[in-house]
Write a protein that binds this ligand. Structure first.
Ligand SMILES: [Zn+2]
Length: 58
């Protein structure tokens, strides 16, 4: 059996992975796929729908 992350031979201690690092990476990949909520970087996009809210400040 080989590691699904890097295809190296799996270590019994970390099965089915070859190391702790690959096990962690798989977990992160899984979390990334499950929690797809955008971070603050993309928070600007919805504001483009309502630019008039800040228009008449002058
Ligand atoms: Zn690996």
């Amino acid at each position: 059996m080989s590691c699904p992350i890097c295809a190296k031979p799996a270590q019994e201690r970390f099965r089915p992975f070859c190391s702790r690092g690959c096990a962690d990476r798989d977990l992160l990949n899984w979390l990334d796929g499950r929690y797809v909520a955008p971070a603050g970087d993309e928070g600007d996009l919805p504001e483009a729908d309502a630019p008039l809210d800040h228009g008449p400040l002058q």
